[in-house]
Design a protein around this ligand. Structure first.
Ligand code: AMP
Length: 560
């Protein structure tokens, strides 16, 4: 039985180092000592989740429940808890501090007594996930209190972070995959293959230890990683590279992987979370229109507006996130399903078959009502025509797929190109900054952006950018903004004097109630600092809203 304290010590050491090679080595040596049951749990834990993403279990602990439990377990007041939170901006530090000062003080509260094992924590998490109904809050509270009651400061730090899915030690899938390989003398490719088939690094670690990695294969009910697309270099360039291509609309919706076994249907989202309950009409479409005993289907769910055009991405997210009272939201935001691939059929994985064969089988089993139209051509003009149609109908562009290519789970390669309009950039004013974490702790890692409202002259918030900032830029920008700090706000955030303009690229502008402008940028990326531009030259809110209106052909040509 490995203690949770030793896991917490591992996390603490990992948190203190920057390089992924060292992190991998530490994790590998830890994994190599674990038994099979522990191996199933630790890969998710170390990435900050109580359960793997594809699991049906959800902890369902929010910050207020957690603070309440900390307060009850330690005697700290909610004011004290909020004060520490404001000072540190980290729930882990809050837990560590209040557990360290636990009242009434007993000697044991000052020392780590390692009575909790990793599996104890996991089984309490399972109890939390199972709690439902009227007494659910009470049951959750009981288990959280127990956990904090039994832990010392270091354990509490990581239990709290795990409970809120906010681990902050910089360990992601790549590090865990390489650590499993190192711990059990496998290649990263072997581990990766098992992971792509099962989406569960715990299971992969268990099989790796047992020397049975090659047994892992695609199974109905277990999501497999989805094949991804690379951004193509325009239609002529991409067609020259691909030759003949299977061309499909790039639908503006959200990815779904659908598993069918008889009448049992499960749907997984792009992040491989189970979303079956939220999407009843998709279940219905598959039952009615797919004639196969067992199948894994790949496609896009699209939210359809009254005018027949796809609704913005955030509307569809409302459907994917809704767990209760699904029917009402389903009426407001009805979905369509467009299938474009078949990766498993009646007991046989099809991933090694070429796309043209998978498509043939898909057409055999699925009604054309729910099939994405596909044209195989080597004529760039024809592709341009399909592209115009897709944009005209409010979709994102086209996908070009190599007809000979296998289905490569988890791969973003040259066999699928996406062709989308080049999005414009915005020049925005930086009004705030946030300190980074871990390796970036002494730098401002993200920047708050705003756009001037021409009517009021006020700067209105459009969100944060943290992507596109290289390590060199980090220190330069930190140096630049340190001199501009006006107010140090809550936790890690500061307000800065609005002087600097960032040119920012993004995938889409969304309506948002989170920011004072009423808009938010999806996937913002810093392109460059516009030191050639004065504040007055920043893009105004007018331009933000006109870009919002024209994006994806919303005011463009009508379908047909
Ligand atoms: P992106 O998210 O920009 O990398 O583009 C890839 C995404 O486009 C996929 O994950 C799907 O959700 C979506 N998509 C829309 N239509 C298609 C299609 N016909 N084939 C593959 N992916 C599509």
């Amino acid at each position: 039985m490995t203690s949770f304290l030793s896991f917490a010590e591992l996390c603490h050491r990992i948190e203190g180092i920057g390089g992924s090679i060292e992190k991998t080595a530490l994790l590998a040596s830890f994994l190599s000592e674990l038994d099979e049951a522990e191996l199933l749990v630790v890969p998710s834990f170390v990435m900050g989740s109580a359960f793997p993403a594809s699991s049906e279990q959800l902890l369902g602990v929010g910050p207020s429940t957690l603070y309440d439990a900390l307060s009850k377990a330690t005697g700290a007041t909610s004011q004290e808890i909020m004060d520490i939170l404001r000072r540190t901006g980290d729930v882990g530090s809050v837990a560590a501090e209040v557990v360290g000062k636990r009242r009434p003080s007993t000697l044991s509260s000052f020392i780590e007594n390692d009575s909790l094992s990793i599996l104890d924590v996991y089984s309490r998490f399972l109890e939390l996930a199972r709690a439902s109904g009227k007494r659910c809050q009470g049951v959750k509270m009981k288990h959280l209190r127990y956990l904090f009651g039994e832990s010392g400061p270091l354990e509490a730090r990581y239990i709290a972070r795990l409970a809120l899915d906010d681990m902050r030690i910089g360990v992601g899938e790549g590090i865990v995959r390489d650590a499993i390989a190192k711990a059990f003398n496998r290649t990263s490719e072997e581990v990766e293959r098992g992971y792509n088939f099962t989406s569960d690094l715990g299971l992969v670690a268990q099989k790796a230890k047992a020397g049975r990695l090659s047994e892992l294969t695609i199974e109905i009910g277990r999501p497999i990683k989805m094949m991804l697309a690379q951004l193509g270099s325009g239609i002529p360039g991409s067609m020259a590279e691909m030759g003949a291509a299977a061309v499909e609309w790039k639908y503006d919706g959200s990815r779904v992987q659908i598993h069918k076994k008889g009448d049992e249907i499960e749907i997984f989202s792009r992040r491989l979370e189970r979303v079956t309950r939220s999407l009843p009409e998709i279940v219905g479409f598959v039952k009615e229109n797919v004639r196969a005993e067992s199948a894994i289907l790949d496609g896009e769910a699209v939210a359809r507006g009254d005018d027949g055009r796809p609704l913005p991405f955030q509307e569809i997210l409302k459907r994917f996130r809704r767990k209760y009272k699904v029917e009402r939201t389903a009426k407001k935001i009805p979905l369509e399903l467009w299938l474009f691939d078949l990766v498993y059929l009646d007991g046989q994985p099809l991933i090694d078959e070429p796309l043209r064969e998978r498509r043939r089988r898909l057409e055999e089993v699925a009604d054309s009502k729910i099939l994405a139209a596909q044209t195989v051509t080597s004529d760039p003009e024809k592709v341009a025509e399909i592209y115009e149609e897709a944009i005209g109908a409010g979709h994102e562009g086209v996908m070009l797929k190599s007809p000979d290519s296998p289905y490569a789970p988890g791969k973003r390669g040259k066999n699928w190109f996406k062709i989308k309009p080049v999005m414009e950039t915005l020049d925005l004013v930086v009004i705030g900054a946030r300190w980074g974490e871990g390796r970036r702790a002494s730098f401002f890692g993200s920047y708050r952006l705003a756009s001037p409202d021409p009517d009021t002259g006020r700067l209105e918030d459009v969100g944060w950018v943290a992507t596109g900032i290289t390590d060199e830029m980090l220190s330069e920008l930190t140096y630049l903004f340190k001199d501009l700090v006006l107010v140090s706000g809550e936790g890690m955030e500061v307000e800065v004097k609005p002087e600097v303009i960032f040119e920012v690229a993004f995938e889409e502008i969304q309506k948002s109630t989170n920011y004072s402008s009423g808009y938010a940028l999806r996937f913002p990326r810093l392109v460059r600092v516009r030191d050639d531009k004065a504040l007055e030259e920043a893009d105004s809110l007018e331009r933000v809203s006109s870009l919002y209106a024209t994006q994806r052909g919303r005011n463009g040509p009508s379908p047909g």
